[in-house]
Design a protein around this ligand. Structure first.
Ligand SMILES: [Zn+2]
Length: 127
């Protein structure tokens, strides 16, 4: 297993391109899902419990769930880009270790190393 090293500038630049491209894609998806002309977030602020009205609203619920996922990915992408500007990109939010190039290539918006991400998901698991 290759050790996690700080990123070279070249590596960071290629990841930045990937992030910006992904950001454009997510924004386009969000526009479709929320039907917002200007890309503003017309997102619901709460999720209703699955109930009797769930069947009739099934389509919207799917759109909504997707839109929420995209919105949270967009937040991660923006945070990752911010961290690039401040020189903190590729450093785990939780433990401060290098996240590692392999993980960042797979997920350029990753903000945590694998171990911390798993712990984070465990802590905040469940809908
Ligand atoms: Zn970590």
């Amino acid at each position: 297993m290759e050790a996690d090293m700080p990123l070279t500038l070249e590596q960071q630049h290629s990841l930045e391109q990937a992030l910006r491209q992904r950001r454009g894609e997510v924004l386009a998806e969000l526009r479709d899902e929320t039907r917002a002309e200007d890309g503003s977030m017309a997102l619901p602020t709460h999720r209703s419990e699955a109930g009797d009205e769930a069947a009739t609203d099934a389509m919207d619920a799917v759109d909504m769930a997707q839109a929420l996922r995209d919105a949270s990915e967009l937040q991660r992408i923006d945070l990752a880009l911010q961290r690039m500007e401040t020189g903190q990109y590729g450093i785990c939010l939780d433990c401060g270790e290098d996240i590692g190039l392999a993980r960042l290539r797979a997920e350029p918006s990753a903000l945590r190393c694998t171990a911390c991400q798993l712990r984070h998901e465990k802590t905040y698991a469940g809908d």
